[in-house]
Write a protein of this length. Structure first.
Length: 254
């Protein structure tokens, strides 16, 4: 077993979390899904959903809340995280929920297909020479008119060095341009969009004041500074910690 595989196997042990911290993480992920993911898939009725790298099942739970009649599958390589998810995540109101501790490339050897695929913070852990294979497999297991929502750290972020090297298992980093290219090759130019996956929400009054009023002013100032510095620095997404690829599989023309 490689060091990377050993780390994946014991991933849940790298950060001990109290019940209160787990609760806050669940609330954060639900808001992330509602604000950044759901707007791209709200048109689906009763979709089949696969989450790759489901961790402790927080995103999976959010998916079930918004799609209560769906059949949902969550996979992860951490046995402890899968056990936690199985013990704490209720199935959708009228759908089904299944968790499996398995590697993505092994799992997708089956013929099952999905309407929606969600994958948060997984691609950066995959070796560079398997990135194309990963994206092609996503395409292959999507139903026609299906949507893949794939999130990764943004290497244009102002503190991206921390994001790139905080985890020994990180293999690669993406900017919006390189992320777009990888998906464009497989899904086609007109079927891929890369958007910010900002962790800044405006749900509470405090958030509306700080992030809705003060933050835009500060960002304008920083953009001006970067423009003065030159080299195109003002055009990078330095303010967004993560980016999201929205990839759609077009139905073949008859």
């Amino acid at each position: 077993m490689s060091l990377q595989e050993e780390i994946f196997k014991t991933y849940s042990l790298r950060l001990e979390q109290t019940s209160e911290e787990l609760k806050r993480q669940g609330e954060f992920v639900r808001e992330l899904f509602q604000s950044r993911y759901y707007p791209h898939v709200r048109g689906y009725t009763n979709p089949s959903v696969l989450e790759i790298g489901c961790n402790k099942g927080f995103m999976t739970r959010a998916v079930g809340a918004f799609f209560p009649t769906s059949d949902i599958v969550g996979i992860d390589m951490s046995p402890d995280d899968i056990r936690f998810a199985q013990n704490t995540c209720p199935p959708p109101e009228k759908g089904t929920l299944r968790f499996s501790c398995v590697d993505f490339f092994d799992f997708t050897k089956s013929t099952e297909k999905y309407d929606i695929i969600i994958c948060k913070d997984v691609m950066e852990h995959i070796a560079k020479d398997r990135q194309w294979e990963f994206v092609q497999t996503l395409y292959d297991i999507l139903n026609d008119n299906g949507t893949a929502l794939i999130q990764v750290p943004n290497m244009d972020w102002i503190f991206s060095n921390h994001e790139r090297y905080m985890d020994f298992t990180h293999e690669i980093g993406y900017t919006r341009e390189s992320f777009y290219d990888v998906f464009r090759v497989v899904f086609g130019r007109g079927n891929i969009e890369v958007v910010p996956a900002s962790y800044v929400f405006k749900s509470t009054l405090k958030q509306k004041i700080v992030y809705g009023c003060l933050r835009p002013v500060l960002l304008k100032f920083l953009q001006f500074i970067f423009k003065v510095l030159g080299e195109g620095a003002h055009d990078v997404w330095f303010e967004h910690r993560e980016i999201l690829a929205v990839a759609r599989k077009s139905k073949p023309k008859q």
